[in-house]
Design a protein around this ligand. Sequence first.
Ligand SMILES: Nc1ncnc2c1ncn2[C@@H]1O[C@H](COP(=O)(O)OP(=O)(O)OP(=O)(O)O)[C@@H](O)[C@H]1O
Length: 351
Amino acid sequence: MITLRGLKKVYHGESGAVTALADISLDIKQGEIYGIIGKSGAGKSTLIRCINLLERPTAGQVVVDGRDMTALSESQLRVARKSIGMIFQHFNLLSSRTVLENVAFPLEIAGVSRAEREKKVLPLLELVGLADKKDVYPAQLSGGQKQRVGIARALASEPKVLLCDEATSALDPQTTESILALLKDINKKLGLTIVLITHEMHVIKAICDRVAVIEGGRLVETGKVFDVFTRPQSATAREFIKAIVNNKLPEALAAVLSEKPVAGGNLVVRLSFFGAATNEPVIAGLIRRFAVDANIISGSIDHLQDIPYGTLLIELSGKPEDIQNALNYLQARDLGTEVIGYVARHAYAVG
Ligand SMILES: Nc1ncnc2c1ncn2[C@@H]1O[C@H](COP(=O)(O)OP(=O)(O)OP(=O)(O)O)[C@@H](O)[C@H]1O
């Protein structure tokens, strides 16, 4: 649905040239929710604005629904943009117009009659859960309700693609959740392709099918959200994931942990389970097969795109060769096994 090839954007500001996008190539499929994550200044806003040519790329190609956007004239672009809706962090509503008039605005510009506009807008207000607010002004709405108006307005011209520019960044966690659920619902009901940019990994985790991680105007990692979460390849992706996955070691353990083996000491390992592996009795199998003890330090289970995903921090004690055999056994299984470090036996107390 969207193809970006060798996208580059250089701004020429007062302090010289700034390369916001260095070389971005990616493909977004019809009907998917695609997330682009990066830190402040990574180039996210520039990238999403290049998709509808609100920002003209310095070089490269942008193809949306088979149309090369960079080759279109301004008037052709105005037509092409009708199939690309956009929502914004600060909603960008017209304060002097009611909810209904805001949502109808793109239709009014397009010359659609008042009666037709109402016919189109009322079901959209129904869809975003604001049918009872149609005559209210934006100032009387909460942030979440304002974003619902923004979504309905973006849908008014029946787009094939919805671009979301930090659409939940100004909202509290609960409202964010409800807006993300609405976007997912729209994606399913209308088959709309959604591209969102964010600096928050929980947004990606909540609704995206695939994700691109950008840094300094370049892609550092792309993939299915599940794969990037469970096996991140870049330091940047790991950092984003760390922010939402509680992998902190208990302080008492961290204080005595050594990176190098401790003579006669215990091994601390973090296991990650995905999908079917969450049902496998790995620890029971381990202590049945090897002369080791496994002390569970902490554990959690979560869901990623409805697939269970668990982590378990364990400490293995026993003879060094038995511990090594147990580790080999774990590493040969279909789960993530990360050696965290070593501790002298009874060097700390948890809890
Ligand atoms: N109009 C502009 N003129 C000059 N430089 C710009 C302009 N817009 C953005 N930049 C620069 O381009 C780089 C990328 O900016 P961009 O806004 O795309 O990043 P971002 O990832 O969206 O950041 P944030 O999350 O802070 O909004 C930054 O270094 C920024 O300062």
